[in-house]
Design a protein around this ligand. Sequence first.
Ligand code: ATP
Length: 321
Amino acid sequence: MTKHETILELHNLRKTFTARRAGKSYEIKAVNDVSFDVRRGEVLGIVGETGCGKTTIGRTIIRLTGADSGEALLNGSDIFTENRRRMRDMRLKVRMVFQDPYASLNPRRSIGDSVAETGDIHGVFKNRQERADLVAQTLTQVGLNPSFAERFPHQLSGGQRQRVGIARALLPTPELIIADEPVSALDVSVQAQVLNLLTDLKEEMGLTMLFISHDLGVVAQISDRVAVMYMGNLVEMADGDGLFADPRHPYTQLLIASVPRLDATKRISGGIEKGEPPSRFTQLQGCPFHDRCPIATDLCRVERPLLRELEGGRKVACHNA
Ligand SMILES: Nc1ncnc2c1ncn2[C@@H]1O[C@H](COP(=O)(O)OP(=O)(O)OP(=O)(O)O)[C@@H](O)[C@H]1O
């Protein structure tokens, strides 16, 4: 068996926020002891309902948000303890594509300047000609005519702006792209085009991507492996095909059951109450999913199940799976 080359290893990441409600302080465990790895050339999808901690994971990896504890090893070096010079280096290697390309583009900067921005900051262009050539090449890679370099964000459609958002992440070539809900703000037909573009880029450039989305249908289209999050916890991880054909965690089964077009063959017997996740202000004991789970036992109400490995590299955090 070939050993996969790992680009990023996340170990025991924790992040707690303090929030106030009705005059009281509460701790919200946004990310609760999450570990996974990202392999070179793959798209790892992270999926889960809103508030489950997906964005916080992405933001801690690029140090927009500080982690409470844990390690994030990029090619073996811990991002969380890097000095400023090494951090600059990391910012070249790990790049972000955001949900709202309009908000992340400066309205007064031309598209060409926006695409070249990271390269400019890090002084990677030898001269103006090389800069112009690389901007033109990158715009072509994302399916835009090089003449778009002269335009401004307000002259572009939503789909074109997200193509620019992707171009910004591609120049200079990154090792890892973190795409946080990159198609959620787009119309469905445009979503498909942008997903196809990301898939093509992955094939052509061997891109490695952490793809964050609340939409399992979207994650299913693009991901090689999928990590399922629930209330700050990683509850299941498997290759995409295996996960959708045979979901093991009752929460994954619920998610798949709520996407009718996916061909899910396995359903939990007796049905599952869709319901809502408990309030993040409630301190839960045991499995975070136990009060929505039809197969919960007394053990699930008192002991949080740890992620354990089953056959075929699948991991699941459930006492009964
Ligand atoms: N800066 C913050 N201060 C307080 N609480 C926060 C902060 N950022 C996130 N949270 C809380 O942490 C939890 C996880 O949020 P996060 O944005 O990571 O979830 P998500 O799965 O990405 O959801 P969404 O898709 O809605 O962004 C939520 O309960 C959120 O309210």
